[in-house]
Ligand binder design. Structure first.
Ligand SMILES: [Cu+2]
Length: 176
């Protein structure tokens, strides 16, 4: 009776393992939508990719309103658009709307719902904002523990529970 159930148990275990690997891999990279400010026309994206303890930030915008030859300061700020707070991480100046920077912070520390990415018209006119986007939070749902007890562990617990239940069922049938 139990031998017939082993393929089912194996299939369940494989499904759970697959689910766990997908769940743990889903937040390696996020895309932040950047919206133009002050009629700059600079609508685009910032792509943030986790690189261990660092995060790569790639910004892709059209050239700024001061002209393609004018570099634009761009930063990760605290707060939210359209008027973010202080600068937390300066990024490489935009050149024709493009910038790539390795930031010394984990993606989870930047994508916590408390940061925004903001571009400025030029060094001389830094007070004019040209593009802004709020970095979305990638925090795990509060119901799920985030440290020391990942999805793989949860799957294992579920599998052990299933085996115990099936074992109990088989035992009862043998005794009946
Ligand atoms: Cu800024």
């Amino acid at each position: 009776m139990l031998s017939r159930k082993w393929p089912v148990i194996l299939a369940l275990a494989l499904t759970l393992a697959l689910f766990a690997s997908v769940a743990s891999a889903q937040t390696n990279s996020i895309t932040v939508q950047l919206a133009a400010q002050n009629n700059s026309g600079q609508n685009g994206t910032a792509t943030l990719t986790a690189m261990g303890d660092q995060t790569q930030v790639v910004i892709n915008l059209p050239a700024g309103p001061a002209g393609a030859g004018v570099e634009q300061p761009v930063h990760i700020h605290t707060g939210a658009c359209p008027t973010p707070g202080g600068v937390v991480f300066p990024l490489a100046n935009l050149k024709e709307g493009k910038s790539t920077t390795m930031v010394n912070a984990k993606l989870t520390d930047i994508a916590d719902g408390k940061h925004a990415i903001n571009a400025h018209k030029s060094a001389a006119e830094a007070s004019v904002y040209t593009s802004c986007g709020n970095v979305q939070s990638i925090a795990m749902p509060a119901a799920l523990p985030t440290t020391g007890f990942d999805m793989a562990s949860l799957s294992l617990v579920a599998l052990v529970g299933l085996l115990l239940a099936l074992g109990g069922l088989a035992l009862r049938r043998v005794r009946a």
